[in-house]
Design a binder for this molecule. Structure first.
Ligand code: NAP
Length: 255
């Protein structure tokens, strides 16, 4: 599929990598819809895309809410006159150890069920709902296929302090494989990208000494740029023989 002719939906397009995807796609001439939960992020992305060749539509939607997702797919589909690419990018993290003993008091702090449920809801249930509604619409409208891209993470291998996030991102890779298999008969390809440390507001909010320590473990000795993740997205969209697999873009880092 040519990127210029794509009609793409990006979740979490009001910040970080999602915004980069929206702007790069619109720069290439694609028609783009995106959603986010915060009005400010939506307005900022719309403003940044103002003079780009491709038309950009912003929607407010919480990807973990079934009703809102159903409406989003329907509204974005109508706005763009179809939808050929979907990027499951929206994600959050609520880090903490599963259990941690306080040496002095002997009390045990636990990862809360709330922190577990919040991350699973946005990072795993969200992509499930978006993908299900998109695939159903492709079939109902007899559209000739499409491409789904799941933004996973190198944390999918199991990163200490991220029981919830690692489980969600690993689940996304399992679903990339099985959706790739289940949806091939409808002409829908499914790929995933696993970024390493990427320079977005998540990293920019870290203490410099913590960030420096993290980046020492990266063979290329730096954080990735959002544009470098877009290059993987472009590859998955354009390579019609790619499905069911994950592209790691991580500077050589292994967790
Ligand atoms: P980001 O700057 O925080 O962007 C994520 C966007 O998703 C934010 O605008 C956020 O809104 C939005 N969002 C949160 N919950 C949502 C919901 N329920 N429905 C719709 N939108 C929602 O993060 P990023 O660094 O660009 O990360 C993008 C994706 O890459 C995530 O899936 C993340 O897990 C993954 N990733 C990032 C890195 C990295 O190093 N940055 C590495 C590996 C994987 P709010 O800001 O209002 O919460």
């Amino acid at each position: 599929m040519n990127i210029e002719s794509a009609k793409a939906l990006i979740t979490g397009g009001g910040s970080g990598m999602g915004r980069e995807f929206v702007l790069n796609l619109a720069q290439a001439g694609a028609t783009v819809s995106f959603c986010d939960v915060a009005d400010e992020g939506i307005a900022a992305t719309i403003a940044a895309a103002k003079d780009l060749p491709g038309k950009v539509h912003g929607f407010k939607c919480d990807v973990s809410n079934e009703e809102e997702v159903t409406k989003l797919i329907s509204d974005a589909w109508a706005a763009m006159g179809g939808m050929t690419v979907v990027v499951n990018n929206a994600g959050i993290f609520r880090d903490g150890l599963l259990v941690k003993e306080d040496k002095e008091s002997g009390t045990v702090k636990k990862m809360s069920l709330k922190a577990w449920n919040q991350v699973i809801a946005v990072d795993l249930t969200g992509p499930f709902l978006i993908t299900r509604e998109f695939a159903a619409k492709v079939i109902e409208t007899k559209q000739k296929g499409g491409v789904i891209i799941n933004i996973s993470s190198i944390s999918r291998h199991g990163n200490p302090g991220q029981s919830n996030y690692s489980a969600a991102k690993a689940g996304l890779i399992a679903d990339t494989k099985l959706w790739g298999s289940e949806l091939a008969r409808y002409g829908i390809r499914v790929g995933a990208i696993a970024p390493g440390f990427i320079d977005t507001p998540i990293l920019q909010g870290m203490r410099p000494e913590v960030l420096e320590g993290m980046l020492k473990g990266v063979p290329l000795r730096r954080a990735g740029k959002p544009h470098e993740i877009f290059l993987a997205l472009k590859f998955i969209v354009e390579c019609d023989y790619f499905t069911g697999k994950c592209v790691d873009v991580d500077g050589g880092l292994t967790l």
